[in-house]
Design a protein around this ligand. Structure first.
Ligand code: ADP
Length: 656
């Protein structure tokens, strides 16, 4: 049997087998998708006597079928398409075959409404889908001017060719996608890497080389233990951020865990400028601290002199008017000192320059002392000060007594200050925590002016004064800001409730450990000892300070000797025996710390307790003083009673 072209069935079969054989082999030689597609078109036209053949592939982005190769009379024979046809799934015969995933032979296109007329009418059409992994990835399409040209043998042979080529087309496509992804990854100016828990670098882009160096990458694995630890943490506990630095560059590193995988994605951004800015800010903070330290010395030293001299003047014979002036002078001096102290205290808290100084103490006796001192103030104002601290009676706790006292002093002081009628009440509660510690809560309630609801949220901010007369009442606007920070230092909470015109309630809670009474200081030492005839060397470059200290020492029965410099002190120490030395820290040429070091560097010098005196309140000064060999450090202006107590503790004689 011959067909219309006079070709026998046997010949046709032979051609089909040859075609399939050809594609089975040629596919391995083709180097691109275009090679394959043009080969399909070419062979179909030549070997199957088609007049044209077009191959469409699905465009991944638009999901349209796009003409990628075409061969025949109605299109350019060159393997380059100027204006490729696009077709949606379902559109025309090609789109409909793509949608169904099955080949179609249209014997008469004139009776098929899907047929789209192109440059001229073709009367029959064959369209075969290219399928990969159950998905249509393209369509091979041929049209013919005669009706009924295509038969099922051609359709089957074309289906086979499509199946043979589909794999390689898909492979090329995924290779292209891969290349795009790799180029995209490599073009990233930020380091991007993939590292497993063993430190193997699985993948990295060009921008990663510097960071890999810092991670101590030896070409296979990273050897930086900190980085490895971070990577392992990320795998086990989730994402995190850390910083890395080389000599010239700093990075913020983001680690991202990948579900069920033992590797992490690492993305880094350069933050050199940011880190530098942070370092500069830190340096500026330190500079500021130093500035504050010397400012505190500069301001507090003359203030100390003023206040101490008023104390001395007070012990002389004065007339009524002089006493009055002196009282006013002392009040202003103390106020100024309070302000300077508040500013310094606040700055120290801001700079985290204070330390928690925990010790055991009896809570109710500390509170009782506070209450007693504030009772006088309340009485003077004609208001009451009540307390109910029964709940904490006889409890010894371990905490920072000074900071706690500072908070309560501020809160009680404010309550009395802002209450003109009625009074103030202090309540203390104690309750056990699960871990064996206790939670102590103080409530300071007053019947004073109260705080307007609109301002209550800002009450703990610096220099916030709610009332117009706050300054007149003796405020600095720093008290509550300091309290808030101090309470945070103690790990506690400070809160307020208030009704304007009715009063306020400040509540402070903190956790503390209970201790046995033996841990606390012996309060009776002071009464047992005395300073009669104790030889005290007072070293200070400031004449007024020398006079003040020596006057007090004489009042306590001690024998003071003055030295106005570190050099003079060393000379005096060489020739005389002293029981104790009071040494100013800030002195020109040779300061107190250097003088102390020099003294103790000579092993022949007898051991003498040296107590430092400083107007500067910073923890590092204390450390330096103790490191130099000083036994203690007292802040100026000193409270005469606490100086006396320190000296009594050090060198006091036992009373009979
Ligand atoms: P100050 O030194 O002015 O008291 P604080 O920071 O301690 O500074 O308090 C800030 C402001 O909060 C006060 O000026 C006052 O207006 C208000 N305030 C504080 N405590 C009370 C209180 N117990 N009753 C009413 N107002 C208060």
């Amino acid at each position: 049997m011959l067909d219309s072209k006079g070709i026998s069935k046997q010949q046709q079969l032979e051609t089909h087998i040859q075609l399939i054989e050809y594609f089975t082999q040629s596919i391995y030689r083709s180097n691109s998708i275009e090679d394959i597609l043009w080969d399909i078109c070419n062979n179909c036209v030549q070997k199957l006597n088609f007049v044209d053949c077009v191959v469409y592939l699905v465009d991944k982005k638009s999901n349209d079928l796009v003409q990628r190769a075409a061969f025949g009379e109605k299109v350019a024979v060159e393997p380059a398409l100027k204006d490729p046809i696009r077709m949606r799934f379902g559109q025309g015969i090609v789109g409909s075959v793509a949608e169904k995933g099955e080949f179609e032979i249209i014997p008469d296109t004139s009776s098929d409404e899907r047929y789209i007329v192109d440059d001229g009418v073709r009367l029959s059409e064959l369209a075969v889908p290219i399928i990969f992994e159950n998905k249509v990835i393209g369509v091979i399409d041929s049209e013919h001017p005669e009706k009924d040209f295509f038969n099922s043998c051609q359709a089957r042979v074309l289906t086979n060719i499509a199946a043979i080529c589909a794999h390689k087309i898909a492979w090329f496509e995924s290779k292209q996608q891969n290349e795009i992804a790799i180029n995209f990854h490599q073009a990233n100016p930020n380091p991007a890497l993939r590292i497993n828990v063993m430190g193997d670098v699985l993948d990295y882009n060009a921008a990663s080389l510097e960071i890999l160096n810092v991670m101590k990458w030896d070409g296979k694995v990273i050897r930086c233990l900190n980085c490895l630890k971070s990577i392992r943490d990320v795998v086990h506990y989730g994402n995190r951020v850390f910083f890395l630095e080389s000599e010239s560059t700093s990075w913020k590193v983001f680690c991202e865990s990948v579900e069920n995988k033992s590797y992490v994605y690492i993305f880094a951004t350069e933050v050199t400028e940011l880190i530098q800015a942070r370092k500069d800010a830190e340096a500026a903070r330190i500079e500021k601290a130093k500035f504050l330290s010397s400012m505190s010395h500069e301001i507090r030293t003359p203030l100390h002199a003023i206040i101490s001299l008023t104390d001395l003047l007070n012990s002389t014979l004065l007339n009524k008017k002089q006493e009055e002036y002196l009282e006013m002078l002392k009040f202003s001096g103390k106020n100024l000192l309070a302000l300077v102290n508040d500013i310094l205290e606040f700055e120290r808290l801001e700079l985290s320059a204070i330390e928690i100084d925990e010790m055991g103490f009896q809570l109710d006796s500390t509170l009782q002392m506070l209450i007693d001192s504030f009772k006088i103030l309340a009485e003077e104002k004609g208001i009451y000060l009540e307390s109910n601290i029964h709940a904490i009676s006889n409890f010894f706790i371990r905490s920072d007594e000074q900071k706690l006292t500072q908070i309560l002093t501020n809160l009680l002081g404010n309550a009395i200050k802002f209450t003109d009628r009625g009074g103030v009440r202090l309540d203390a509660e104690i309750e056990p925590n699960e871990d064996g510690s206790v939670r102590i809560t103080f409530a300071i309630t007053d019947s004073g002016v109260g705080i307007p609801a609109s301002q209550i949220s800002e009450i703990f901010e610096v220099f916030k004064m709610v009332h117009a007369d706050s300054r007149k009442r003796g405020g600095t606007g720093l008290g509550l800001a300091i309290c808030k920070r101090l309470s945070e230092y103690l790990g506690g909470q400070l809160s307020v409730e208030s009704t304007e015109g009715k009063g306020s309630k400040f509540t402070f809670s903190f956790d503390a450990e209970l201790v046995s009474p033996n841990c606390t200081v012996d309060e009776t030492t002071e009464q047992k000892n005395q300073l009669i005839n104790k030889k005290v060397l007072v070293v200070d470059d400031n004449k007024v300070n020398l006079i003040v200290a020596c006057t007090f020492l004489r009042q306590w029965g001690a024998i003071p000797t003055e030295a106005d410099s570190g050099f003079a002190a060393l000379e005096l120490l060489e020739k005389n025996q002293f029981d104790v030395v009071l040494m100013d820290i800030q002195m020109p040429r040779m300061d107190g710390i250097e003088t102390t070091q020099k003294y103790f560097s000579n092993p022949d010098n007898p051991i003498v307790p040296i107590v430092g005196l400083t107007a500067d309140v910073f923890a590092n000064t204390r450390e330096a003083a103790l490191a130099a060999g000083m036994i203690d450090l007292i802040t100026k202006p000193f409270n005469p009673r606490s100086l006396e107590a320190t000296l009594l503790n050090l060198v006091g004689d036992q009373k009979e």
